[in-house]
Ligand binder design. Structure first.
Ligand SMILES: [Zn+2]
Length: 434
């Protein structure tokens, strides 16, 4: 049945006139993606023009009926999109005015729900400064920050899963990730870097590369789950597996992640064989064992904390070969914060207090892990070496002990994970050395 429908559709498309149904402009700091939504598969050619920089796009068999002036454009790279005199009566010429010389990648994408035919243009500013040197050299320092790269899943034209009330996963993941980043950056010795800070697309392959660039100690990808039925609920934590996914649901997730990979970055996936080569090399890396063990231990700490604020869909770490968990050398976890396909959880995931609770519990899990196993060269490793303990006796208060050991009250509370100033007799406190 489906085949017949597709066939008729194709026959009609082949004969029919094409239309631009929409234009979406997705800016990120150093790139901008333009997506033209089209009724049919586009037949196009393009060429660049300099002084001023432009990209000229000719699309055949297409009418000039879409108004570019109404499109929201917040890009610093793309100044304007407009029509120009077409080369013949059947085609249109679109001129994209650029603010400077940019790398371009132009390709068409087949219809994939929820999108139809698309013509995609990626502009990249290769002259933009990369990460500051101070971050790249972080690991050489003796009391460096522990670097945690937070990856808000999906973004831009890739909405991720869509809930029954039309909530987009990409917004949920960004909301939770931003809260998590704030918590991490408030903590001395920890530093959070986000793969995206706004609503724009980054390919699944590029995300772990950001972690590598920043020499991350940990990569945390934040997602919300979905299933074909509304019943499943709860959170789960995933780690990289060399084997195939170990459950039916795992395979399902694997497929949807691939799906969004195709949705947003088909051209890149096909063109970029360097990634595969890298992966093969990295598999031989001796650091892999350590990284996988760390990922597994950490995911258990995160599950323990998440279990205090939400139901766990899976009580043990799950292993899968997900697109963003491709760094065998960097401890990496993927947190599915809940099922957006479950109406109750969708509501929760949209609630800011609930997002804060989730962020707080993921944070507690990360903190607990790095407190007991701080990475070499980090400030926390130094603190751990320098710590002593004290057993609380009758009549001793926290402020008294802080005074006696010549440490600040806040540091004493932080090191011991205390929320109040109350201590019990017999309680063993960690005393940081000054
Ligand atoms: Zn996702």
């Amino acid at each position: 049945m489906l085949l017949v429908v597709c066939h008729i559709g194709f026959a009609k498309n082949a004969l029919g006139q094409n239309n631009i149904d929409g234009l979406r402009i997705w800016p990120s700091p150093n790139t901008t993606r333009l997506v033209f939504d089209l009724t049919n598969t586009p037949k196009f050619t393009y060429f660049p023009l300099a002084n001023p920089e432009r990209l000229v796009l000719d699309i055949e068999n297409t009418a000039k009926n879409f108004d570019f002036s109404k499109v929201n454009n917040e890009s610093n790279l793309v100044k304007k999109v407009r029509y120009s005199k077409a080369k013949n009566a059947n085609s249109i010429r679109v001129v994209i005015e650029l603010s400077k010389k940019l790398d371009k990648n132009v390709f068409a994408l087949q219809p994939t729900k929820p999108y139809g035919n698309r013509l995609v243009i990626d502009f990249t500013d290769t002259s933009a400064p990369t990460a500051p040197q101070i971050v790249l050299d972080a690991k050489s320092s003796n009391n460096r920050d522990i670097v945690i790269v937070l990856d808000a899943g999906h973004g831009g034209e890739d909405p991720g899963s869509i809930g029954p009330s039309k909530s987009y996963e990409k917004n949920v993941t960004l909301g939770i990730s931003k809260r998590l980043a704030t918590l991490i950056n408030k903590e001395k010795g920890l530093k959070a870097i986000m793969t995206r800070t706004g609503d724009y697309y980054i390919s699944p392959n590029a995300r772990p590369q950001i972690a590598r660039k920043h020499k991350a100690d940990l990569f945390v990808s934040v997602h919300a789950d979905a299933f074909t039925t509304p019943q499943p609920s709860g959170a789960s934590v995933w780690v990289l597996s060399m084997k195939r996914a170990n459950s039916e649901l795992g395979r399902w997730i694997e497929r949807t992640e691939r799906h969004s990979e195709l949705l947003g970055g088909a051209a890149e996936v096909i063109q970029n064989t360097a990634n595969e080569r890298y992966l093969a090399e990295a598999l031989l890396d001796m650091s892999m064992d350590h990284s996988l063990t760390t990922s597994y231990d950490l995911s258990r700490d995160v599950i323990k904390q998440l279990g205090r604020v939400t139901k766990m869909h899976k009580k043990t770490p799950q292993a899968a070969s997900l697109a963003v968990l491709t760094s065998p050398d960097i401890p990496s976890i993927l947190v599915e914060t809940g099922f957006i396909s479950n109406p109750k959880e969708e509501k929760n995931l949209n609630w800011s207090a609930y997002r804060q609770k989730l962020a707080q519990s993921i944070f507690s899990g990360i903190k607990e892990h790095f407190k007991s196993s701080p990475p070499d060269g980090s400030l926390w490793a130094k603190w751990k070496q320098e710590t002593r303990t004290h057993k609380v006796r009758s009549g001793e208060s926290l402020s008294l002990l802080a005074q006696r050991y010549n440490v600040s009250l806040s540091q004493l509370k932080q090191v011991n994970n205390l929320r109040s100033d109350v201590v019990k007799i017999g309680q063993v406190l960690t005393i940081p050395r000054t």
